[in-house]
Design a protein around this ligand. Structure first.
Ligand SMILES: NC(=O)c1ccc[n+]([C@@H]2O[C@H](COP(=O)([O-])OP(=O)(O)OC[C@H]3O[C@@H](n4cnc5c(N)ncnc54)[C@H](OP(=O)(O)O)[C@@H]3O)[C@@H](O)[C@H]2O)c1
Length: 366
């Protein structure tokens, strides 16, 4: 299987590429806008590569350049900064019958666009997997695994926390801008008694038992969590909650930046720079990524925790686990979410084999 990675030179793209070239699944083709950066990446990868990956320089505004590259691959992993150019990418993917998996943030623009393409994917037999990566990407797969181990779940809460050394991991300005826009539009919906409700009060304190003590975690509405009621019919309460970036960011830089974005939307580039400075100056000096699921239901309760020391590797590994299933199960055309596309037991087993630390404890009802 030939896997194209669009945005291979980015932090997430590099991490995914590293896993692919290390022989985890298929052969890699690096797609990007800058030949020098792509060649530098290929050189970096040489010592760990089972075979030298191909390179394709693309221009997201030029259909021909996309189609030329897509003709040489089976599936495209989309790891660019934002969904801005997604319509052009999807058009070329449809023309060349190239399946796709994106790890982009689940924004309204992306959701609306993909929903409008759903029938086309089905009609033309294209498999499009959206919301790949770690979050989005893993939380609903965690809930689905919990349901297989402890059927009849009524409540599921999933908590996430990650730390990144922002000085070392310099995301592009486009990615940070997209992140700020999503933060501004953040939906804080949770399922309460079978009803989706949004409120800024949806904050829970949670102890990840990682030595950092209890942390405030804010609800973050994600499509994959909303879709859970379709696969766990007993579900009455559910939510995904994300821990903050640390006090200086959560209490000063974040509210100031959000206020500025609302009051002076035209200054978003400056606000993003200010926020980046805050992250680099006051953000964490260690790295981690944890997801923790706590669920209760008819047959008992269950807790699952998954962690990995490097957040970008924790973004890449679920993509690889999903691609493994894509590669050796019959093609399923249509629009999927990674967390709902995967068969959960195998997904979790593969993640564990790839080094993700997973603990699971069940407490069956007497
Ligand atoms: N689901 C998850 O768990 C998860 C986790 C982390 C990130 N993400 C998402 O993954 C994406 C990448 O994040 P990141 O942190 O890796 O960002 P990043 O380091 O800033 O990388 C962005 C990549 O996009 C490329 N790019 C941006 N604009 C482009 C354009 N117009 N044409 C061609 N290439 C373009 C950049 O190319 P250059 O190198 O040429 O600048 C770079 O390769 C973002 O959408 C982010 O939200 C998802």
């Amino acid at each position: 299987m030939k896997i194209g990675i669009l945005g291979a030179t980015g932090l997430a793209g590099k991490s995914i590429t590293r896993q692919v070239v290390a022989g985890k699944t298929g052969k890699a083709m690096l797609l990007g806008r800058n030949r020098a950066r792509l060649e530098l990446l290929r050189e970096e990868l040489l010592p760990e590569a089972a075979s030298l990956p191909d390179i394709a320089v693309i221009d997201l505004k030029k259909q021909e350049s996309l189609k030329r590259a897509f003709e040489k691959i089976d599936i495209l992993v989309i790891a660019v900064s934002s969904a801005e150019h997604l319509p052009a990418v999807v058009r070329a993917a449809l023309d060349t019958k190239t399946d796709c998996l994106d790890i982009l943030l689940c924004s309204k623009a992306k959701r609306d666009f993909l929903a409008s393409m759903r029938t086309m994917f089905e009609k033309l037999g294209l498999c499009y997997i959206t919301d790949g990566g770690y979050h989005p990407g893993v939380p609903a797969a965690m809930a689905r695994w919990a349901e297989t181990l402890c059927p009849g779940l009524r409540s599921v809460d999933i908590f996430g926390s990650f730390g990144l050394k922002w000085q070392k991991n310099s995301v592009t300005h486009e990615t940070l801008l997209d992140f700020m826009r999503e933060l501004k539009a953040m939906d804080m919906s949770v399922l309460q008694d079978r009803e989706w409700l949004s409120s800024w009060k949806h904050v829970k304190r949670f102890d990840f038992r990682d030595g950092r003590g209890k942390q405030d975690c804010a609800a973050m509405g994600m499509d994959e969590i909303q879709l859970l009621t379709g696969v766990i019919p007993t579900l009455k309460n559910a939510g995904f909650y994300i821990a903050g970036f640390g006090r200086p960011i959560d209490w000063a830089f974040m509210p100031l930046s959000l206020a500025a974005l609302h009051l002076f939307p035209k200054t978003e580039r400056h606000v993003a720079r200010f926020f980046r400075w805050g992250l680099e100056r006051f953000g964490p000096d260690t790295e981690w990524a944890i997801l923790h699921c706590t669920a209760q239901g008819d047959t008992g309760s269950i807790e699952i925790a998954a962690s990995y020391p490097d957040p970008y590797a924790f973004t890449a590994l679920p993509v690889i686990a999903c691609l493994k299933q894509y590669a050796d199960t019959p093609r399923r055309p249509g629009l999927w979410h990674q967390a709902l596309y995967v068969e959960p037991e195998r997904f979790w087993l593969d993640l564990q084999v790839m080094g993700v630390k997973i603990t699971c404890s069940t407490n069956p009802k007497a």
